[in-house]
Write a protein that binds this ligand. Structure first.
Ligand code: LIP
Length: 280
């Protein structure tokens, strides 16, 4: 598994050039917000269809609404930036020759959504020349809309947010997640025991994007998960960095899989030393 420090870093060119089609950061952020809002509202309007599946797995579910929300977000982006590349969780991967890449998770926290838990969101990020430029995470049932772009503070519902000031590991609230493979569930026992003894409390909430936004908002001090994907983490990673925290890819593998550590920065290295033992 090759490791890279930040999402997009390994493809980052030495000196970023001005974008070819002049897509300014504000225009990219406006588009991310419009796409996340449209997709989130579509899911919210159709919550009665939350159990319509096209595939049911042992630890995962693929919803009809996943694909519909991805198509809604894709349409918003295509209308504004017809030549940009788009990568989506639901088998969407187009025009990767572009210097811009949109990364869509139409419903992050899919199993929560399927069961009626409100902890789910739409996560949309855009990279320019391999560097995250703007991101939006919209949780309709929680009425929380996180946004960030390079050069500006992270916001929640239009108000600036910041990571917590807590530097004590034994006072830290940390969230994690359990992947979609059966082996993921068994490999976590050791991590839970080790981590649980060093921090205040461990939480599993089921949406990596919202877990990372909780760090950005100062509700938790850290998030770690191995076996998630770039679309789970891309927008949240920019949001937590623009809120004064850190997001670091500890390992990556085929199919956009990765292990991510996000934190308030103050406990990052101590947390990394613990969670690294859980990496395959
Ligand atoms: C989910 C992640 C979560 C992880 C789940 C799943 P999805 O993404 O947000 O952190 O524990 O296994 O990967 O599939 O709901 O977009």
């Amino acid at each position: 598994m090759n490791a890279a420090k930040r999402i997009g870093e390994k493809t980052r060119p030495a000196r970023p050039r001005p974008p070819a089609d002049g897509a300014a950061p504000d225009a990219l952020l406006d588009c991310a917000v419009a796409a996340a809002r449209a997709a989130g509202r579509h899911a919210l309007r159709h919550t009665k269809r939350r159990r319509e599946v096209f595939a049911l797995y042992r630890h995962d579910v693929k919803l009809v609404l996943d694909r519909e929300c991805q198509a809604v977000a894709h349409g918003v982006i295509r209308r504004r930036f017809p030549d940009h590349g788009i990568l989506g969780e639901e088998k969407l991967d187009s025009n990767r020759a572009s210097e811009f890449l949109w990364i869509i998770d139409p419903i992050d926290g899919t199993v929560n959504f399927f069961h009626g838990l409100p902890i789910w969101c739409v996560s949309i990020a855009v990279q320019a020349q391999g560097r995250s430029a703007a991101g939006a995470v919209y949780a309709p049932e929680l009425d929380e809309f996180y946004t960030a772009r390079i050069g500006c503070p992270a916001l929640c519902n239009g108000r600036p947010i910041a990571v917590s000031a807590n530097a004590r590991l034994n006072q830290a609230l940390v969230s994690t997640g359990v992947g979609k493979q059966t082996r993921d569930n068994s490999s976590y026992a050791g991590l839970f025991e080790t981590l649980g003894g060093r921090i205040q409390k461990l939480r599993i909430l089921g949406s990596a994007a919202l877990d990372i936004c909780n760090v950005a908002r100062g509700r938790t001090e850290g998030f770690f998960e191995s076996g998630i994907f770039i679309w789970d983490a891309a927008a949240g990673s920019l949001i937590v960095e623009q809120a004064g925290g850190r997001a670091e890819i500890l390992a990556s593998g085929p199919g956009h899989r990765l292990a991510l550590l996000a934190s308030n920065g103050k406990i990052h290295e101590r947390l990394k030393a613990i969670v690294r033992r859980a990496l395959p």
